[in-house]
Design a protein around this ligand. Structure first.
Ligand code: GLN
Length: 487
């Protein structure tokens, strides 16, 4: 059963070959076993999951099944509010917080009949590329336990890779779905900004954050995106556009126009990673796709733009964790521990918020401060427009862009943890997509010494259906995504 895709699991349920109870028990067992080996959970909801599975089986018996996700087990990145269930953002400051409401994404999944197995690990408030900044400790890579699973959706990627559920829900602000998907050999899509509601998703950088699925295949991602995408009246940046059908038919690659941006193949790209991505490009060519070289000259600036805009928004979003309104507080935990309001803020944040998040707050406060606002923040917004325009231009001539997802292979635990700049460079190939608000995917495209490699597909505004179609056509012709790690 480990080797079933979501689509196959749904078909087995529909055919009466298995039950949600059986799928859920197996997935819980893998979740628990993998958690022991990899540290991927922040919460395992065994009882609630089994009850949800039984409810799904009862619907099936009564002929009132809701849709393809009904009875399918999954995991949720611990960054979404869940009514009555503790939600931590992998931060000590939220460890005592139980939300009184559920995020829109959670409500939509609940309404689909999907069975939540529990919550999975992330970098603290999703700030990071390795899941090492989590207050729960690092999540290890299922292909090599001495390496990171990537981040910030490292728990999601590792869970999807080991079959702890048939999909996971992650978030991507600068690459946090795509980079861990690449490092764990799963398929992940970051939709267009605004396609999936952010309501109830704990904010990192509000103008960049986007929710999306990680799963075995592009077709599985399509089934999940179908449920979570769509307008939400609660959320001002949620797109009003109608949601198309995402599950692709049998697509041909003949005539597909694939752009290869040269800036993504520059210095620092691991030669073996490059070789796997080149092989994927050759496969597209052999299937009749038209490959052309594209240039996106502002690419080298996207990372700098991101590390100004994202921290600026972080510094604003983190202001609510002040020891008074939410979560842990020095005042409450150590009566007399703070003597005035300022000490309550400072001591609470010092005690319960990790170093990386503090660094982002300081960076963000700096670039927004008077005197630096024009020099940094305003300039970053101007360059952001240039990055966007270049993509718009490129998509006049091509249907999708194809690049590596990451420049290297999954790195060692601890290798970059004390070097913030090296860690920020992890996002160099993924951030431009967020800066431009576009959809992007990571698709498994091979292995180097037993470690997975991902290629990135980038689409135009609201081009999710096209990306999923292209990725599904590629996966119909390759088997990289069907390799599983041994736990
Ligand atoms: N790694 C990037 C960062 O640290 C992106 C994180 C994310 O996408 N949530 O900001």
């Amino acid at each position: 059963m480990t080797y079933l895709t979501l689509e196959a699991a749904a078909a087995a349920l529909a055919a009466g070959e298995t039950t949600s109870r059986a799928l859920t028990e197996e997935a819980l067992e893998r979740f628990e076993t993998a958690h022991t080996a990899l540290n991927l959970a922040t919460l395992i909801e065994r009882e609630a999951a089994l009850a949800a599975a039984d409810a799904s089986d009862a619907r099936r018996a009564a002929g009132t099944i809701i849709g393809p996700l009904d009875g399918i087990p999954y995991t949720l990145k611990d960054i979404f509010a869940t009514e009555g269930v503790v939600t931590t953002a992998a931060s000590n400051i939220l460890k005592p917080w139980t939300p009184p409401y559920s995020a829109t994404t959670v409500k939509r999944l609940d309404a689909s009949g999907a069975v939540r197995l529990g919550k999975v690990n992330t970098d603290e408030f999703t700030m990071g590329s390795s899941t090492e900044t989590s207050a729960f400790g690092v999540t290890r890579n299922p292909w090599d336990h001495d390496r990171v699973a990537g981040g910030s959706s490292g728990g999601s990627a590792a869970a999807a890779a080991v079959g702890a559920g048939y999909f996971s829900i992650g978030t991507d602000t600068g690459g946090s779905i795509r980079q861990p998907a690449a490092y764990c050999n799963v398929t992940g899509i970051k939709p267009t900004y605004g396609r999936v509601s952010r309501w109830g998703e704990i904010a990192m950088a509000s103008s960049l954050d986007q929710t999306g699925p990680l799963a075995r295949t592009a077709r599985d991602c399509a089934l999940v995106l179908q449920v979570i995408a769509g307008h939400d009246a609660h959320e001002a940046t949620s797109l009003p556009d109608a949601v198309p059908t995402y599950l692709p038919g049998q697509a041909t690659l003949a005539g597909l126009r694939v752009g290869v941006p040269q800036e993504y193949f520059g210095e620092g790209l691991h030669p073996e990673v490059r070789a796997r991505v080149d092989a994927a490009i050759e496969l597209f060519r052999s299937q009749g796709a038209v490959i052309s070289e594209v240039t996106l000259p502002s690419t080298p600036y996207a990372l700098a733009v991101y590390y100004i805009i994202a921290p600026a928004e972080v510094s604003s979003n983190m202001a609510r964790y002040d020891g008074i309104r939410y979560g842990a507080s020095i005042e409450r935990d150590e009566p007399g521990g703070a003597h005035d309001l300022f000490e309550t803020y400072a001591k609470t944040r010092g005690a319960y918020i990790g170093e990386e998040v503090q660094r982002r707050i300081m960076l963000g406060t700096h670039v927004l401060s008077s005197g630096y606002h024009d020099a940094y923040y305003k300039k970053a917004l101007a360059v952001q427009q240039a990055v966007k325009q270049e993509f718009v231009q490129a998509f006049q001539d091509v249907d999708v862009l194809l690049t590596p997802t990451t420049a290297g292979l999954p790195f060692g635990v601890g290798e970059k943890a004390n070097d913030p700049l090296a860690m920020y460079l992890e996002d160099v190939l993924t951030v431009a997509v967020n800066v431009a608000g576009l959809p992007g995917m990571s698709v498994p495209c091979g292995f180097v010494d037993g470690l997975p490699v991902g290629m990135q597909l980038i689409g135009p505004h609201l081009g999710e259906a096209k990306l999923l179609e292209v990725a599904a056509a590629y996966q119909a012709r390759t088997e990289h995504h069907l390799s599983f790690p041994n736990i």
